[in-house]
Design a protein around this ligand. Structure first.
Ligand SMILES: NC(=O)c1ccc[n+]([C@@H]2O[C@H](COP(=O)([O-])OP(=O)(O)OC[C@H]3O[C@@H](n4cnc5c(N)ncnc54)[C@H](O)[C@@H]3O)[C@@H](O)[C@H]2O)c1
Length: 379
């Protein structure tokens, strides 16, 4: 097993999930590389040192450029806010590093296209952390679709609901609240939440041809944490769109941070000619399945507990009946990536795959602005 030195940019929420994944992956998966937590890069030296001590990083940097230049680092893992992704990824690719990046890839398609061009030109391995593909129940949904069990697909219905920005006293900008500042985030819930729904949908149901969207900013002004001034809010607080997939199915997508009572209710339901599938992040270890071909008297929705050895990823974990959670999705993604790296195979979602999601989010924002159907680029 070869060592693979990780240089992590950002020690926030995702810095923790990725560090945990790299620490755990060799305990559970037989992969050809051993990730070594080499260097954590954060802008605040004291906080970065504390992060290094807690997670076992060997050194600390406060400027990502030093990380990119370091001979000791093989992988640049970008877990910092969206406005940093393009610059760091492009520099890392030019330096010949493996580049992993959080979602969304860029703040807009122009940034994302430049990032794809950079990893292609450098020929470096790359991947984007759309982790929900690696929830075992979601991976099983993909297997059932690939096996043709659903038949022709008619409908795809998906939501991502939260409620944490309802208070008008919540400021915009700064740690975690950078999500409310479009200059940092790129967009609001469209790029932050719907990007997940879109990535999963493209993976499960194929290309999206066209969209018709509406967005709303419910709170128009908020104090900016960094300037101290009350400034206009430029993100979308809520976003909903209709879509037509290339396979002829119709879809509805909705995301908001104003659905009182919902914290991270990511759901999807797919209705096919023979069968339907439904999944809910709040109950992520279950897949709901209805098969019309079952014997009539016993036909009904099954709630499958995804904990058995023949369910995706599950034989690596505990014993049947014992469920796993959110953090494991990142461990699965790290395992798949390391296995692919060993075989010289790119592992999806690559930067190029994630660019397709950005084309959809861009079409959604355009459609909401122009109040017209928009054809999705690059599909
Ligand atoms: N895959 C997912 O489900 C998921 C979930 C949450 C966030 N994300 C994505 O992960 C990224 C980070 O989000 P988060 O929730 O961890 O944010 P966060 O605010 O919790 O943490 C961001 C960290 O990056 C650091 N940082 C900012 N600029 C930096 C720079 N120039 N150099 C080094 N460090 C810098 C901050 O100090 C902070 O520690 C975003 O792109 C976000 O969209 C993905």
């Amino acid at each position: 097993m070869k060592d693979l030195n990780i240089g992590m940019v950002g020690g926030g929420f995702m810095g923790r999930t990725h560090s945990n994944a790299f620490s755990q992956v060799n305990h559970f998966f037989d992969v050809p590389y051993r990730p070594v937590l080499k260097t954590i890069c954060g802008r605040n030296a004291e906080r970065a040192k504390a992060f290094a001590a807690q997670w076992g990083y060997q050194s600390v940097e406060t400027d990502w450029r030093n990380l990119v230049d370091s001979r000791d680092v093989d992988v640049i893992d970008i877990a910092s806010p969206n406005d940093t992704h393009a610059e760091i990824a492009i520099a890392a690719a030019k330096a010949g590093k493996i580049v992993l990046c959080e979602k969304p890839l860029g703040r807009n398609p122009a940034e994302s296209e430049a990032m794809v061009a950079a990893v292609d030109a450098a020929g470096v391995a790359n991947m984007v952390w759309y982790n929900y593909r690696r929830v075992p129940a979601v991976t099983l949904a993909r297997q059932l679709i690939d096996e043709g069990r659903l038949g022709r697909i008619f409908h795809y219905r998906t939501k991502f609901l939260q409620d944490w920005t309802i208070s008008s006293d919540l400021p915009q900008g700064g740690t975690a609240l950078w999500r409310l500042d479009a200059s940092v985030a790129g967009s609001g819930v469209t790029g932050d939440l719907l990007a997940h729904n879109i990535d999963t949908a493209l993976w499960l149901n194929g290309h999206i041809n066209e969209v018709s969207a509406m967005t709303e900013t419910f709170i128009k002004e908020r104090k900016h944490e960094l300037t101290g001034k009350v400034e206009p809010v430029t993100i979308d607080d809520a976003s909903a769109f209709l879509a037509r997939f290339r396979n002829g199915s119709l879809a509805t997508f909705e995301a908001t941070r104003y659905a009182r009572g919902h914290k991270a209710l990511y759901t999807f339901e797919i209705n096919g000619e023979n069968a339907s599938i439904a999944w809910d992040l709040h109950d992520l270890h279950r897949l709901e399945y209805f098969d019309h071909r079952d014997e009539g008297r016993l036909r009904g929705w099954k709630s499958i507990h995804i904990t058995d050895g023949d369910h995706p990823y599950m034989k690596q974990w505990w014993v049947p009946g014992l469920q796993i959670g959110y953090e494991h999705t990142f461990i699965h993604q790290a395992a798949d990536f390391l296995e692919g790296l060993g075989d010289g195979r790119s592992v999806s979602p690559t930067f190029r795959d994630a660019l397709l999601t950005d084309y959809v989010t861009d079409a959604v924002l355009q459609s909401a602005k122009n109040r017209q159907w928009v054809t999705v680029k690059g599909q």
